[in-house]
Ligand binder design. Structure first.
Ligand SMILES: [Cu+2]
Length: 498
């Protein structure tokens, strides 16, 4: 699915100056002997060779749903190693590709220099089998993020992890900082899924819609692409759920991360309301909700105070299916008891179910500058399983004029993008390298408190406006985070021309 030999992509790569920092692979740095003090050049630049984290990417076979399945794991675990930094730190993570195939890791939501963004053939060459790369950049933000392979379907087979940046000035206090990832799992090779949708391979149960009609909160029909055999919470299924021990009265910060490849989750904690304090890593004015919908790749931080002794299930229902995955938060005096009854969602829904309620605590109004506008249709041909942005299919295979053209912007532009979804599916749209203002309604450009996000779910027939200041030069991927939509055309490159 990646345009590995595309001349266009190579040219873009050279224009962006990408690839060059990767000559400094960490093993080479690590093997370079440090000069003794007497030999040291007076003006030598100090080089710190030791990374803070090492990600060994390895092929494995695991059975999270009971069926042995080929996996691509980070340090042998699912999810991969948690990377945790303090705001202002230097990010320094060594990636060793011990797979037999190329790869690349992307740091979702991080304001990286372009060449650290980890998108093969857009910002770097793929990391070849046996190669190593040191990703290194100053951290300019705090909050809840994640990282994942941006190469082929490796994200589906387990190659993702959590990335937390603790704030210098944390406004909230809590007794537990708990990271919760939700994901989907296939008991088969994901490479076969699109050919099955296209009728080129025999169908498996995964491409047949689950029986029944399903709704998004607010009664819009919700259809899934893939009928997964199961879902995972912190890498665990309902057979052996994730648990967290607390004390009655404790306040918990839950960092809820939708690390799925194509699933939207609706989440609740039995017996508790949740206070949403951040969306996509950025603080929002606190909102109390009974449950919240999290689109693929979105994150929400919530506070909950455990009212009394007990076992409380954290349920993540996979929208468009009758399935859920649960974890259990319990007090030490009560054994964890997963509640596997179907979740009943009542009361106030937050997150994607009510984007217009999200408000930034501080004005997010952009600096003055030339306005650059794009209107992008989110389209597709369901029967051919092709998905498009602005009528073009990335990389270039099916586009009428032979290529999916970059969206060209200039540094200093106030870039406004209106997305109109003309399909019957939901699309979690993600922009790399920038936060955008998510306008509460289409055309509400003057709202000073529009929240900052990096991913937005766009429902069928919906129109969503986002805007951002062009302040991070390079070539940036802008795409649907449904991995199967991405792999069948739903991406563009936002390219700085100056
Ligand atoms: Cu999509």
């Amino acid at each position: 699915m990646q345009p590995r030999n595309s001349r266009l992509s190579r040219r873009r790569l050279l224009q962006a100056g990408a690839g060059l920092p990767f000559a400094l692979s960490a093993p080479i740095m690590a093997q370079t002997p440090s000069p003794s003090p007497t030999e040291q050049e007076p003006e030598a630049v100090p080089v710190q060779a030791k990374p803070d984290y090492v990600c060994n990417l390895e092929q494995s076979t695991i059975a999270p749903l009971g069926v042995p399945t080929s996996a691509t794991l980070i340090n042998g675990s699912l999810p991969g190693t948690e990377i945790r930094y303090r705001e202002g730190d230097m990010f320094r993570v060594l990636v060793n590709n011990r797979l037999a195939v190329p790869t690349s890791l992307h740091w979702h939501g991080m304001l990286v220099p372009n060449y650290m963004d980890g998108v093969p053939d857009v910002t770097q060459l793929p990391i070849g089998a046996g190669e190593s790369v040191l990703y290194e950049y100053p951290i300019r933000q705090s909050g809840t993020y994640w990282y994942h392979s941006h190469y082929n379907f490796q994200e589906q087979t387990g190659m993702s992890g959590t990335l937390i940046v603790e704030a210098k000035d944390e406004p909230w206090s809590y007794d537990h900082d708990v990271v919760v990832t939700m994901s989907d799992w296939l008991n088969q090779e994901p490479e076969g899924i699109i050919p099955q949708f296209r009728g080129q391979q025999p169908e498996t149960a995964a491409v047949k819609p689950p029986p029944g009609d399903y709704k998004f909160p607010g009664d819009q029909p919700f259809n899934v692409d893939i009928n997964y055999p199961g879902y995972l919470l912190n890498g665990r299924s309902n057979k052996s759920p994730w648990t967290q021990k607390v004390r009655a009265g404790d306040r918990i910060r839950l960092r809820l991360i939708n690390a799925s490849t194509s699933t939207f989750f609706q989440v609740m904690l039995d017996g508790h309301r949740m206070q949403v304090i951040a969306a996509d890593g950025q603080n929002v004015d606190p909102i109390d909700v009974d449950n919240l919908v999290i689109a693929t790749a979105e994150r929400y931080d919530v506070l909950v105070t455990i009212g009394q002794s007990g076992s409380f299930s954290l349920r993540a229902a996979a929208l468009g299916t009758s399935q859920q995955v649960v974890g259990v938060i319990h007090t030490a005096d009560v054994a964890p008891q997963p509640n596997l009854e179907p979740a009943k969602f009542t009361g106030k829904s937050g997150g994607m179910a009510n984007y217009s309620a999200l408000k930034s605590p501080l004005p997010t109004t952009l600096p003055k500058g030339p306005v650059k506008e794009f209107e992008i249709d989110l389209g597709g041909e369901m029967n051919k399983y092709l998905w498009s942005m602005g009528g073009e299919y990335y990389p270039e295979l099916f586009s009428p004029d032979g290529q999916a053209k970059p969206l060209e912007i200039r540094q200093g532009d106030r870039v406004r993008i209106r997305m109109t979804n003309s399909t019957m599916m939901f699309h979690p749209m993600h922009l790399h390298g920038h936060f955008f203002r998510l306008l509460p309604q289409a055309g509400a450009w003057d709202d000073p408190l529009a929240p900052l996000k990096d991913t937005v779910g766009v429902g069928p027939k919906q129109k969503i406006d986002i805007e951002f200041i062009a302040d991070n030069p390079g070539s940036w991927f802008f795409h649907c985070h449904n991995l199967y939509h991405l792999a069948s055309g739903m991406a563009r490159v936002v390219q700085y021309t100056v």
